[in-house]
Design a protein. Structure first.
Length: 266
C-alpha cells in the first residue's frame, strides 16, 4: 500500500517526540539545545518491541553524547537515499532542523538494490546527486551535514577474511565529501576492521542472530553499541564534536539501557 506525501509527513512528525525522549526538548528560559538528526536506513533506525532484540545504532547514540545534545532519529527500515527523499522524509527533517544542528546521513544498503527502481541509485551519479540534496538542504538552514559511509554487513570468505559488501558506494560518498568539503565518518572501513578483529564466529554475537534468524545485516544490542561507539568516536576525531560533547567512549554501555517501545498503532 502506498502512502500519500501528507500521510508520510504526518507519520514522520509523530515519531519526533520518541526520538527526543531521552533528553527532552529545548530548555525553558535558556538557549535551545543543539540536535543531532539521523537520516538513514534500518541499520540506524529505531526498533520496536515486535523486532527486539534487533537494534539500530541510532538508538544507542544518545548514550555517547552529552545530555544537551538531542538525537532525532529519522532513519527508517528499507529506505535508500532516493526513497527517503521521494517519500517526503527529508522534507520533514529539513522542516525541523535549525542552525547549529547536525545532520548525519547514512545510506547505501538499499540504494544497491538494482531490481527495485523505487530505491536504486547508481553510485557515481544518482547516489551522489541524492546525497547532495541532504548536504545542500542542511547547509541552507545553517545546519552541518555529516556523511557516514554505510556500516558493513557480516560477510567472510572461506579463509575468515571480512569482505566488503557495498561495492562503489563508500568510494562515491568519500569522493562527494572531498569535493563538497563535507565531514565524513568512514563507518564502512571502521566496521569492516572491527568485524575482522572479532572474526567470523565472534561477530555472530554482534548481529541479530537468534534461534529462528541468522541476520548478517542488522544488529543486536552489542552490535548497535559497538557501531554507535564508532560513530561517536569519529565525530570527535573529525572535530565535528568537541570533547565536551561526548561521553562514555571507553565505558561499557549496559544492554539494559536499551528499550524497544511498543509499535505505533494505525
Amino acid at each position: 500500500m502506498s502512502l500519500s506525501r501528507r500521510q508520510v509527513t504526518a507519520a514522520a512528525v509523530s515519531s519526533i517526540p520518541l526520538a527526543f525522549a531521552a533528553t527532552g526538548t529545548a530548555r525553558a528560559g535558556g538557549r535551545r539545545a543543539r540536535s543531532v538528526f539521523v537520516a538513514g536506513d534500518s541499520t540506524a533506525a529505531q526498533k520496536y518491541s515486535d523486532a527486539a532484540p534487533e537494534t539500530g545504532w541510532g538508538m544507542v547514540l544518545p548514550f555517547f553524547l552529552r545530555k544537551e545534545l538531542e538525537v532525532a532519529n529519522h532513519a527508517v527500515n528499507g529506505r535508500s537515499s532516493k526513497s527517503f527523499v521521494d517519500e517526503g522524509r527529508l522534507d520533514v527533517v529539513l522542516g525541523a532542523i535549525r542552525p547549529g544542528d547536525l545532520l548525519l546521513i547514512q545510506f547505501a544498503h538499499n540504494d544497491e538494490k538494482d531490481e527495485d527502481p523505487a530505491r536504486y541509485t547508481e553510485p557515481w551519479t544518482t547516489y551522489q546527486e541524492y546525497l547532495l540534496r541532504y548536504v545542500d538542504g542542511a547547509r541552507a538552514r545553517g545546519a552541518r551535514p555529516v556523511l557516514a559511509t554505510p556500516v558493513e554487513r557480516r560477510r567472510f570468505d572461506a579463509d575468515g577474511t571480512a569482505q566488503p559488501s557495498h561495492g562503489e558506494y563508500p568510494a562515491a560518498m568519500r569522493a562527494l565529501a572531498r569535493r563538497e568539503g563535507v565531514a565524513l565518518l568512514d563507518v564502512q572501513a571502521l566496521s569492516l576492521a572491527l568485524w575482522q578483529r572479532l572474526g567470523a564466529e565472534g561477530t555472530k554475537a554482534y548481529f541479530n542472530w537468534t534461534a529462528t534468524e541468522q541476520d548478517n545485516t542488522h544488529f543486536n544490542p552489542p552490535g548497535a553499541i559497538a557501531v554507535a561507539r564508532l560513530v561517536a568516536r569519529e565525530l570527535l576525531r573529525g572535530r565535528v564534536l568537541a570533547h565536551r560533547d561526548v561521553r562514555r567512549l571507553d565505558q561499557e554501555i549496559p544492554e539494559s539501557w536499551i528499550g524497544w517501545p511498543a509499535p505505533a498503532t494505525a
